[in-house]
Design a protein around this ligand. Structure first.
Ligand code: G4P
Length: 283
């Protein structure tokens, strides 16, 4: 199945970002900690070349904590400033100002030498759909603004959010890119809900998910659904899930779509436990 999804509004958003990047010092990129590679948009590297970069591993509460650390090390080794966050939890955001300042150290020094003091750092916040960008901006803005006594304001027709004298954020729409590197990337983006569900074959996606779980998180799968016959084909495991959870249609036949949707939703909401799909070793 081809998961490619790149509606016209995304092309338009990219063009706008290519313009707006001239106004900023730094790119803050949210990726999904369960798929830190698959959810990292390669077009942003092109748009943001020569800019300081911060990566926020969002939804880290849903991802495997050991893997979070590996991904943090990996992106740090490439020169990014990286932080694990849960955008819903304001306490997890408190290190951001510091890593932003670290990422912009050279610019701050340069400004100082020229006698420019207290010019705010301007950051563009980017990420794929459903990565948690709105949640992040709401949590972060209200936190910083409570602290400084300012209110977030939208000015000059752009989505500028003034957090404090130190930092201004430019919000951008969630975008994907025109051609995924391979089908696994598309599959994983579909699993985290970043691709329109209407174009997805959930049966096929759930079977791929079962294969993955059996290979890496088999206990999470078997325990959650009381799977009895292990080592079966993915379709047979899906049938067991359907039977256990009463996913049946009239006449007692298996409702594959219902069982597939249940499995995918359980993954998306963390009911299967903390799971990371991308692995640093795969790169
Ligand atoms: P977007 O703007 O990037 O499209 O994403 P948005 O903030 O709307 O977040 C998408 C979903 O992800 C929301 O759930 C949001 O609550 C959830 N979310 C965001 N950040 C985190 C995080 O760090 N951890 C976890 N566990 N969830 C996160 P939803 O079910 O679609 O909406 P809601 O009912 O929670 O509002």
């Amino acid at each position: 199945m081809n998961y490619q999804w790149y509606p016209g509004h995304m092309t338009k958003a990219v063009r706008q970002m290519q313009e707006d990047v001239k106004l900023i010092d730094l790119i803050i990129e949210l990726v999904d900690a369960r798929v830190p590679y698959s959810s990292k948009n390669p077009d942003i590297d092109e748009i943001g070349k020569n800019k300081s970069r911060v990566i926020l591993l969002n939804k880290s509460d849903l991802a495997d904590s050991g893997e979070n650390q590996k991904w943090k090390n990996y992106y740090s080794s490439l020169g990014y400033k990286v932080l694990e966050i849960d955008a819903r939890n304001k306490a997890s955001l408190k290190g951001i100002i510091n890593i932003v300042k670290e990422a912009c150290k050279e610019k701050i020094e340069r400004d100082k030498k020229r006698g420019i003091m207290n010019r705010p750092i301007r950051a563009m916040v980017v990420g794929i759909p459903n990565v948690g960008k709105s949640t992040f901006i709401n949590s972060f803005a209200s936190k910083a603004c409570t602290k400084t006594g300012n209110k977030p304001g939208v000015t000059k027709g752009k989505q500028w959010i003034r957090l404090s004298k130190e930092l201004e954020l430019l919000d951008t729409p969630g975008i994907l890119w025109p051609k995924f590197e391979n089908n696994t990337v598309g599959e994983r983006l579909a699993l985290i809900g970043s691709i329109n569900d209407d174009i997805i074959d959930k049966n096929e996606l759930s079977l791929a998910m079962i294969d993955f779980l059996v290979s890496k998180y088999s206990n999470s799968l078997y325990d959650r659904y009381n799977i009895e016959y292990k080592g079966e084909k993915s379709i047979e495991i899906l049938e067991q899930i359907a039977a256990k959870r009463g996913c049946l249609i009239k006449g007692g036949e298996i409702d594959y779509l219902k069982a597939s949707t249940l499995l995918i939703d359980d993954f998306r909401t963390g009911k299967l436990g903390r799971i990371t799909l991308d692995s640093v070793q795969e790169i």
